[in-house]
Design a protein around this ligand. Structure first.
Ligand code: GDP
Length: 306
């Protein structure tokens, strides 16, 4: 995903290394190149401004000017600041003191929530947890079936509004209420002693008030330990506006970047942690249930600057 950005930054640093001692003009030229590379990669403008400001300040400080190898120091500064905009430290899931831990997923339709629910469930199961998936996405008739398929693949049970399939025409029973389903799912987990509940919620094609209200109602009903905002890294600049809308409308504790295997420019996804102040916690990198990883800001920064 970040190939172009990575190439541009790498070649900027190569030019810098050829110089030996660095003047203020060299540093400014480098920062201009970095700024252009970030903007071309779709990194949000305020994030670029903050990033280049921090890099410039540190690069002009004694930290770099007195260094034996100034170019390497500049690379280090850029690396540190990249880690910072990606959220700093790796953030691990917050488990409830008293199980079950409740994890709610939110995001637009097609963001990859249902797939992520399966990936997360499998990952938790492999660590010895006993997750339960809850199908509270009743907007798309297929969503419940899709979660059941994903649950079966992950070897994780699914609490759905009603057992079995939904009939030939995939019509949900009238009046099926996602809030009630979420609440009942949590109750099932308590009774059967599942230690993590993953609640899949409905998305729309775009942000709308009804979607936000429903997600907020589910959040209030299940009082989640984590609300993970799942966002398709391929949607470019819209990723940032959508993240902001969910941050304001529902609130979330962490971000999951999905479709990082795609070839979009990726900079918008890199901006989300900085814009919303919420860490990126996981990355989804394909359609298979194992295409999933814990997001480490430092490793991602190294990958980009490699
Ligand atoms: P939801 O509407 O948010 O529940 O999204 P889905 O989980 O149904 O995903 C939408 C589409 O994206 C499906 O075709 C998934 O197979 C696909 N998808 C989900 N995550 C990834 C990913 O990380 N990489 C790729 N390439 N495709 C993904």
């Amino acid at each position: 995903m970040f190939a172009t950005l990575s190439d541009r930054l790498t070649s900027t640093f190569k030019n810098l290394r050829a110089k030996g001692r660095l003047s203020e003009a060299d540093i400014d030229a480098t920062i201009r190149e970095i700024r252009r590379a970030l903007l071309d990669a779709d990194v949000a403008v305020p994030v670029v401004r903050q990033f280049t400001g921090a890099v410039r300040e540190r690069a002009l400080s004694s930290e770099v000017s007195g260094a034996l190898n100034p170019a390497q120091q500049v690379v280090k500064v850029v690396n540190d600041e990249l880690v910072a905009i990606l959220g700093g430290q790796t953030r691990v899931l917050a488990f409830a003191k008293q199980p079950p831990t409740v994890i709610m997923l939110a995001g637009l339709q097609g963001a990859g929530k249902t797939t992520l629910a399966g990936k997360l469930a499998l990952w938790l199961r492999e660590q010895g947890h006993t997750p339960l998936l809850v199908a509270a996405d009743l907007q798309r008739p297929n969503a419940v079936t899709q979660l059941q398929v994903v649950g079966e693949r992950a070897g994780v049970p699914v609490h759905a509004p009603h057992p079995g399939n939904q009939g030939a025409d995939d019509v949900l029973p009238a009046g099926a209420d996602p809030v009630a389903v979420a609440r009942a799912g949590l109750e099932t987990a308590r009774q059967k002693q599942y230690d993590v509940v993953i609640v899949d919620t409905a998305g729309r094609l775009g942000v709308d008030a009804e979607l936000m209200a429903q997600a907020s109602d589910i959040r209030d009903a299940v009082d989640p330990d984590e609300v993970l905002f799942v966002v398709d890294a391929m949607i470019g600049q819209d990723a940032v506006t959508t993240a902001q809308a969910f941050a304001d409308g529902v609130g979330f504790t962490g971000v999951v970047l999905s479709k990082l295997d795609g070839d979009a420019r990726g900079g918008a996804a890199l901006s989300i942690a900085s814009v919303t102040g919420r860490p990126i916690m996981f990355a989804s990198t394909g359609e298979k249930l194992t295409d999933f990883e814990v997001f480490h800001p430092d490793r991602m920064a190294s990958r980009i600057l490699d």
